[in-house]
Design a binder for this molecule. Structure first.
Ligand code: 2U9
Length: 344
């Protein structure tokens, strides 16, 4: 019996050493050490042995079991280690390789221009106010001295949603809403950036959706010279030193008197060129003293308070700054256009 056990041991150890997979070892363990295995079979026959031989065979059987189990375990460990080494080798990363470049987006040029202009006005004590893009007829028109039958309403073809609701055609309603909140007490000193909508045919200089920045200053004793002083500072900061400005009379229903602001042409230095249409001047914004009707409707006493307001188109500023010749570039999201505005 002891010989048979020895033979089983040698057999199992050889097979374990030859095994190349964990599964083979598991099967070996079951077949040699399991309840139905040959070693158990040998032990079952121990009843026939003499009391003398029985403990010797029992001890030998236990030694065989232990030896086989140990060899299987050790081989299992070896195979596991080899598998792990193989896995680590196949998954190894060369940390010295250069990284793949990540394609980062960039700030939209209109956002950059809005932020630049906001910063300039914040530096002069203005705060930024925002409001809804879907407006009521009252805030978009009535509160700005444009009653229902006013001919100037035709100037801006409007996207109406209902009889009374519309997409704002300018950011001015934000200003009358802000004035209302002040309940007749100055000062008000705000700029209002945002999207506006007009039923224009899109072409190189018109877009049915565009961006405006409007400004409003209301307080006691505000005069046209304050407006001019703010413009001088603004032009110096946005367009750089050395540009002249001029105010040219104009008309808007919400301001009286009204004026347009021209800046001397940077391309020709005022001599006249294609960009300034040979005039030497470039029109950049509209402005004026807030109409007394507008002040009154929003709760301010026009006998006590005066104010100035202005409005500019952001796309126009961006086109002048970056030399863009078609407003539609800002809205077609062509990355060949947008990626040129990456900041370093
Ligand atoms: C209030 C009172 C007055 C805002 C003004 C303009 C003149 C103007 C245009 C510039 C180019 C619109 O985007 S554009 O087409 N805007 O010329 N805007 S005065 O006047 C206001 C605003 C609010 C309470």
């Amino acid at each position: 019996m002891i010989d048979r056990l020895q033979q089983l041991k040698d057999e199992a150890i050889t097979k374990a050493n030859e095994a190349t997979t964990i599964k083979e070892l598991k099967d070996l363990r079951v077949s040699y050490l399991g309840k139905k295995g040959p070693i158990t079979e040998v032990l079952k026959g121990m009843g026939k042995l003499s009391a003398d031989e029985r403990p010797k065979v029992g001890q030998a059987a236990n030694e065989v079991r232990e030896a086989v189990a140990t060899v299987i375990e050790e081989k299992e460990q070896k195979l596991e280690e080899a598998a792990l080494t193989e896995k680590l080798k196949s998954e190894s990363i060369d940390v010295t390789l250069p990284g793949r470049p990540i394609n980062k987006g960039s700030r939209h040029p209109l956002t950059s221009v809005v932020e630049t202009i906001e910063d300039i006005f914040i530096g002069m004590g203005f705060t930024v106010a925002e409001g809804p893009e879907v407006e009521t007829d009252y805030y978009n028109f009535e509160s700005l001295n444009l009653p229902k039958d006013h001919p100037a309403r035709d100037m801006q073809d409007t996207f109406f949603i209902t009889n009374d609701l519309l997409l704002r055609t300018q950011t001015s309603p934000v200003q009358t809403r802000t004035m209302e909140k002040h309940e007749g007490r100055g000062p008000v000193k705000i700029i209002c950036p945002g999207k506006v909508y007009r039923r224009d045919e899109d072409d190189a200089t018109h877009s049915h959706q565009f961006m405006q920045i409007e400004g409003l200053v209301v307080d006691e004793g505000i005069r046209m010279s304050d407006l001019k002083g703010i413009f001088e500072q603004f032009v110096k900061k946005y367009f750089g030193e050395g540009r002249e400005i001029r105010l040219r009379p104009s008309f808007f229903p919400f301001t009286e008197p009204s004026a347009e602001l021209d800046v001397s042409c940077a391309i020709c230095g005022g001599d006249g060129c294609r960009t300034c249409k040979q005039t030497g001047w470039i029109e950049v914004l509209g402005s004026g003293m807030v109409h007394p009707n507008v002040l009154r409707m929003s709760g301010f006493d026009p006998e006590k308070y005066t104010g100035f307001a202005f409005g500019m188109g952001v796309e126009r500023f961006a086109m002048l700054k970056y030399g863009v010749d078609d407003i539609r570039h800002f809205y077609t999201n062509d990355t060949r256009f947008l990626s040129q505005f990456k900041r370093v």
